[in-house]
Design a protein around this ligand. Sequence first.
Ligand SMILES: Nc1ncnc2c1ncn2[C@@H]1O[C@H](COP(=O)(O)OP(=O)(O)OP(=O)(O)O)[C@@H](O)[C@H]1O
Ligand SMILES: [Mg+2]
Length: 408
Amino acid sequence: MGHPHFSPENMFLGMIGSAVDITERQRMEADMAKASKLESLGVLAGGFAHDFNNLLTAILSNLYLAKLAIPGHDEPLKLLSDAEQACFASQQLTQQLLTFARGGSPVKTLLDLGRALEGWVQFPLRGSNVRPVCIIPEGLWCVEADEGQMRQVISNLVINAQQAMPEGGRLTVVCENLTMPNLDPAVPRRDTDYVRIALTDEGPGIPEEHLPKIFDPFYTTKAKGSGLGLTTSYRVIQKHGGHLTVQSPPGGGATFLVYLPASRALPVKADTSTPPVAAGTGRLLVMDDEASIRGLTQAVLARLGYEVDCAENGQTAVAAYRQAFRDGRPYDGVILDLTVRGGMGGKEALLELRAIDPNARVIVASGYANDPIIADFAAYGFNGRIVKPFRLEDLRQAALLLTAAQVQ
Ligand SMILES: Nc1ncnc2c1ncn2[C@@H]1O[C@H](COP(=O)(O)OP(=O)(O)OP(=O)(O)O)[C@@H](O)[C@H]1O
Ligand SMILES: [Mg+2]
């Protein structure tokens, strides 16, 4: 906006006016348009993941029962285990969308990256001509992280590397302990030690002018890309107090650097032998609105030695618990589904159970690993959590946790 300015003699002196830089406003408008797209994606993802996880749980439970039915038959056992692995991978895919869409909070546990990483890198490369080389030093520190989300980040980076090398090549993954004085200037938070994972491919690299955009949602140069991989990864690492950056030197070959705050706690040595099917004892109540989940959870727990009753919503679970309590044959523990369509869910049911029996032992179950109640179950009064699709080992642990009070 402006207008001309003249002297008393009518001589043109110039223009007086103001200009507003609208770049920032345009950027904000573009951001808002992106945000509303993400919002609808989130709603879609939420509904989809719920049903999908229930189906996966049904598949996994059947696989487990099938495995138990054929002890000693190595070949079919191996095939069934492979099918299980594929189910877990499908679960990761749903979680990917959910994490991204809802920006969920990580469920952190002590994670020994040194042990897990090689498998995570190899998995997406199966059947491709990209060869992974993992360099993981002895004594790599652990991190406090959400295992599913970390796996997802690594898998996003590995898939990008593989897509950058359609003709094949090498993907080098180097892990390192980084103490504070040795941190790169790229790391914004400098008050902690880090574990750094560097993934370097042999692709063409990323042109300098694209570098500022690659972490933006929906930025993609691929015909079938969604442009969400790096956005999700960036958010996940950020939520873990870490940092994700990229280096792409002119000669080609991109390096993605993942920094995660180190934890000095020592990992518990994992027992790699298959756990024996422990003969559990105790009475459990399982509440889930999905009939197939109820049936299969019951079948699996029964196979482990427990006596199991089922309820399809919070109301019936509370009624069954009250009745059993009055009859002097209380349940040792209850597994409550968090969300029940058209009925009382886990959170409310827990309050009613505790009103009947303040010592009720209750585990919350959900397909939403990122739900705040799952992430922070103890703050909501639950004794434990279990995420669908249930891994059989998870169910076994859950049942042990519920019946542990008896042993003490
Ligand atoms: N290793 C790499 N080498 C070269 N370019 C890369 C590499 N990793 C990412 N990029 C560039 O960054 C863009 C964004 O990556 P991002 O993973 O977010 O999305 P995408 O791979 O295109 O799609 P999606 O991961 O959602 O399927 C890619 O389209 C590509 O242009
Ligand atoms: Mg990608």
